[in-house]
Design a protein. Structure first.
Length: 562
């Protein structure tokens, strides 16, 4: 028998075109230069993608986990092919122009994964994700490619310890405002910043990373129970090995994302965001993933589902605990159990692990006396943590976070800023007054570009002690660590001539959560008159990836995709 006529593994549905037969000798020669053998190349080729980078702790353990994922793939009869893509740290870049790169990186990461997998005809994919945009980007790419695969979250960071209590990066951002108010000294802030992030792992509350990790569990793209293990926990490497083994089962079953990402799966994911008091970014990212999956989804569906979903997770920023506490309490299974019990999810949806949400909930092992996940019959709040507002200021919609505060109505004078930096300077000088409605505009998907998160500002307001007395609205975004009465994603954005561009200092703005309204108390005629003299601002970037994104990006109400 010729050396070139050995039988092909039936799971090599794609890579056989790359590796099989005498005509592919040049390709095999290149791959043998990497170290692959004939036996390796006869097996399914499975991509192991990471977003490892030394700009943050969030993704820092991914090289280690990739090694164990690869071992799991080999043990299950596949050949792993590791590759790397980029990431931008939200926490490090927050409050600077660098933050404009964060949301843009989501599209770039998804594109780069697609290019590697399609360019090398890989048979399957394990995408290891961590910091905020890497999680939806991995899901967007997997949905777009529709190859068998799964997403593996590298896990949450351990809490830091300061002044006898657990702390997260949220506390450090709020310390900046406390310092400006004279409540903390330079030394206090330095001691806190040195303790808040003790090692590898994504930010510790139900901020965007942990929200999106839970979203992928409820969507079914992640192996439930494995992703939720904290980053530095002794079981995390075992989980990585298991994820590698699992992907081979997914590949051999030809279980593609299109079989998992149904409309019901997206409704389950929205319930997870609402029921955990999760990040408003969950709205933006789920809209984007749904678009890639070809599933119709609108922002109004988030409001409908959240309105009947109780909050059952007592986790920061609105609650008391962190993600590590939730894992120790019993993990994602407890959340699934409560939301299944409440009749709020489609419990029969199957994930990459072959299990339904009902089974995941039934298998949950609850730690005696835990208080992180509460019974759905006795929720922390009767309705979910997000709402969609429309009105004269946001005719295409906007997103309000409803966890972490009790206010449902605010009416006050506008304090208008045309950039985040202008607003932060005002906060730091303590010129924002109780009752104000802080307006930050020209920070939308196109106008920013990149729709910066406003945690630098919102945390400073909270730290200064006026978080319960002001409201902030923006065409930008908020970090998952933000809490207080804040409205983001206002659409149309200012740079596209949305009504937010017509607001002037002193105008009265009303935010009415009960009636889902965000209104400028100025007549339509006056708004139209003001807009006659409005001119579209010059783009901040004239070339490069920022300029290209600004030209191509859609509205926040559609997921801000390109």
């Amino acid at each position: 028998m010729s050396v070139y006529s050995q039988p092909t593994d039936p799971a090599k549905k794609r890579s056989s075109m790359l590796t099989d037969g005498v005509d592919r000798a040049p390709a095999r020669a290149m791959l043998k230069g990497v170290g692959y053998t004939d036996e390796d190349l006869a097996k399914p080729l499975i991509g192991v993608g990471t977003t490892w980078i030394e700009t943050m702790p969030c993704n820092l353990n991914q090289r280690l986990l990739a090694r164990h994922v690869k071992e799991g793939i080999r043990a299950a009869g596949g050949t792993p092919v590791e590759f790397n893509t980029v990431s931008v740290s939200d926490g490090v870049s927050m409050g600077t122009t660098g933050m404009r790169g964060s949301l843009i990186s989501r599209e770039l990461i998804a594109d780069s994964i697609e290019l590697v997998v399609e360019g090398h005809l890989l048979d399957g994919l394990v995408m290891i994700v961590g910091c905020d945009k890497t999680i939806p980007a991995g899901a967007m790419a997997l949905a777009r490619l529709d190859v068998p695969g799964l997403i593996f979250y590298n896990g949450s960071i351990q809490p830091g310890h300061y002044d006898g209590r657990d702390v997260t990066i949220q506390d450090v951002f709020e310390a900046v405002g406390a310092h400006a108010a004279g409540k903390m000294s330079d030394e206090d802030v330095h001691e806190l910043e040195s303790a808040a992030c003790p090692g590898a792992g994504a930010c510790g509350g139900q901020f965007t990373a942990n929200t999106m990790a839970m979203v992928l569990d409820f969507l079914g793209l992640s192996p439930r129970g494995l992703s939720g293990i904290p980053a530095t926990h002794e079981k995390k490497t075992e989980a990585a090995f298991a994820a590698g083994q699992m992907v081979m089962d997914v590949v051999r079953k030809d279980l593609r994302p299109s079989k998992i990402l149904t409309k019901e799966a997206f409704e389950n994911a929205i319930v997870a965001v609402a029921g955990s008091g999760g990040s408003t970014n969950g709205v933006l990212h789920l809209l984007a993933i749904a678009k890639e999956a070809g599933i119709p989804l609108t922002i109004d569906e988030f409001d409908t589902i959240a309105a009947k979903t109780p909050i059952v997770v007592d986790i920061k920023p609105g609650g008391r605990y962190v993600a590590v506490d939730m894992y120790e309490a019993g993990g994602i299974g407890l959340v699934a159990r409560e939301l299944v019990g409440a009749g709020l999810v489609h419990e029969g949806q199957v994930g990459v692990d072959g299990k339904t949400l009902e089974e995941i909930g039934a298998e949950a092992v609850e730690t005696s006396g835990q208080e992180v996940v509460v019974p759905w019959e006795h929720p922390l709040k009767p309705t979910g943590g997000i709402g969609i507002l429309r009105g004269t200021l946001s005719p295409e919609g906007s997103v309000v976070k409803l966890s972490g505060h009790e206010r449902l109505l605010h009416r006050g004078p506008a304090r208008v800023f045309d950039s985040e930096e202008e607003c932060f300077a005002a906060v730091k000088s303590r010129s924002i007054k109780p009752g104000d409605v802080v307006v930050i505009r020209y920070e939308g998907p196109s106008g920013g570009p990149g729709m910066r998160e406003m945690l630098h500002v919102t945390a400073a307001i909270v730290g200064e002690g006026i978080g319960d007395e002001v409201c902030l609205i923006t065409d930008g975004r908020f970090s998952g660590a933000t809490h207080g009465l804040m409205v983001g994603h206002i659409a149309p954005e200012a740079a596209h001539g949305g009504p937010i561009a017509a607001v002037r200092d002193g105008d009265i703005i009303t935010l009415d959560v009960v009636n889902r309204r965000l209104d400028l108390e100025v007549s339509p005629e006056e708004i139209a008159e003001r807009m006659k003299s409005w001119t579209k601002p010059e783009p901040r970037y004239k070339q490069g990836v920022f300029a290209k994104y600004a030209k191509l990006v859609s509205s926040a109400s559609e997921g801000a995709t390109t």
